[in-house]
Design a protein around this ligand. Sequence first.
Ligand code: ACO
Length: 315
Amino acid sequence: MTETMNGLHIVATGRSLPATVVTNEQMSHMVDTSDEWIVSRTGIRERRLCQGETNVQLASEAAAQALERAGIEKEALGACVVSTFTSDYGTPSVACMLQKKLALPQDMPSLDINAACSGFLYGLQVARGLLLQGEKRYALVVGSELLSRVVDFEDRSTCVLFGDGAGAAVVELDDRPYYSVMGAQGNDEVLYCPGIGNPRPFLHMAGGDVFRFAVDRIPRCIDALLSQSGLTLEQIDYVVCHQANERIIRHVVHKLGVPMEKFYMNLAKYGNTSSASIPIALDEMYCDGLLQPGMKIICVGFGGGFTWGGVLMEV
Ligand code: ACO
């Protein structure tokens, strides 16, 4: 590995969404809500919910697509990192089950990480670190979540917000610009999900507090990445935020004084898929031809923990 090979870029992406679409109108038969309330507060119109699909199934479909599009031999992989807090098992990890399902090499680290909705961005940085210590140039990074497993479908203040899905990326160490920022601030009161054995293992959220945290932290992450790179926001082609809520993204856009079109959004179709939201968005952007070689993007996320993370990279 040469001295300059310490950047990271995305070679190819993939995604997998469960087949079942649940509209806001359908949600209004489950809890006391309405399409008008959900759209006006969040921008979400529908979400995909698993009906029997597993986390490993979604993750492996997304990963297989990314690997096929990357056109690399599986033996070229040096790490497999899956971000999830809604795994099928305590152990084995989703990453180990990907090894089994996709016949991935065994002589590489394969692990799950949990940084909630910031997880994919943490995953990129973990994969980069592992590659820098090894001999291989490529890694598989996946965000895969079944939020329907931890959502209380009797709680209207949370159940309308979330969806299931997986996104994956094959990444490569190279010499293109890559900057990263991440952090965490222990908080188990505003946004938390009790673990195994709890009789009510549901996601709890004080929405207003999360909103305030997000609209403060996202611009700070973006500023930090711009100052590390010496670039201005005008030189960035797209910002891909964690897809939690359109109002959060609009608030950030207003604060930064940039055109709305710079911020990609697809949350109307999928709701908040936690750590899967950014790789799903990236895959849609590649498939729609929005991302072209040489473009610079910022991805930025926030989530339970609280955690936050951002990367600035060249496409
Ligand atoms: N349908 C109808 N009414 C509802 C619903 C619903 N689905 N949910 C809550 N309400 C009611 C409340 O009960 C409340 O009624 P009340 O005034 O009679 O008590 C009223 O609507 C207002 O509730 P608020 O919570 O104040 O609504 P707000 O306008 O703040 O919007 C929301 C709530 C959308 C959750 C907002 O706070 C938000 O977006 N927060 C950020 C949440 C977020 O992004 N979470 C994801 C990050 S975490 C992660 O990604 C893991």
